[in-house]
Design a protein around this ligand. Structure first.
Ligand SMILES: [Zn+2]
Length: 228
């Protein structure tokens, strides 16, 4: 990267990129919640990022922020680092899938482009990370994905788990214990409209699992046409 950017700035850009998947403009409140910092410090930071040369985001008061192309580039670079490092820690160093995120959160800011390339080469230029999320390409394109949240599935639909949110080690251990890992296929058995609980059966298993929104909002799936 051509200029010096702090870890904090990179974390902001990465978080705003993630939040932008859900909405065109990300509010300062959403950023403050996601990063667990005060709204006042978010406002300070986004004003700074909006006046960088070139600007890293576009800020409209009361409407929130959107990343500029330059901001998106930096976010994708960090996301690429993060997901390659996680996979490397798992595949090469033997870390379990709940141990890699905190390490990657630190290392993503410090590795060189040369290191990144070598890690990617050792792993065979992977397209997906350890928790199923796509890895931006070396030319910083985010691969397309056709996914929805488990939350939105309904009885008689079939799906395969695509990816899971990875920032809580306890949650990852819970998912693994239940067999809810990327690649696992399932059918929805029942849905209860008032609490949004889903009952599903994993393929090849007899027992059914009931999952609430604490889980179904954190798991992305591909809907399958047929049970397979
Ligand atoms: Zn992670």
């Amino acid at each position: 990267m051509g200029r010096l950017i702090s870890d904090t700035v990179e974390d902001y850009l990465k978080m705003i990129f993630d939040l932008s998947a859900e909405t065109d403009r990300v509010s300062t409140g959403m950023i403050a919640d996601a990063l667990n910092v005060s709204p006042a410090s978010v406002t300070d930071m986004i004003q700074r990022l909006a006046t960088e040369d070139p600007p890293l985001l576009d800020y409209i008061k009361h409407q929130g922020v959107a990343l500029t192309d330059e901001g998106i580039k930096i976010a994708l670079e960090i996301i690429r680092h993060h997901r390659l490092i996680e996979l490397f820690l798992h595949e090469v160093l033997g870390y379990s899938w709940d141990q890699v995120h905190a390490e990657a959160d630190r290392l993503e800011h410090v590795i060189s482009e040369d290191f990144e390339e070598r890690v990617a080469a050792v792993l065979g230029d992977p397209l997906r990370g350890l928790h199923g999320k796509p890895i931006p390409t070396a030319s910083l394109e985010m691969p397309d994905q056709n996914t929805s949240y488990l939350l939105d599935m309904r009885p008689e639909q079939h799906g395969v788990i695509h990816s899971v949110n990875d920032d809580d080690p306890d949650f990852l251990r819970y998912l693994e214990a239940q067999g809810l890992v990327p690649g696992a296929k399932f059918s929805i058995v029942d849905f209860s409209p008032y609490d949004n609980n889903l009952r599903l059966r994993l393929s090849g298993q007899d027992q059914e699992i009931v999952l609430g929104m604490g889980v179904t909002t954190q798991v992305q799936v591909e809907v399958l046409d047929f049970e397979s």
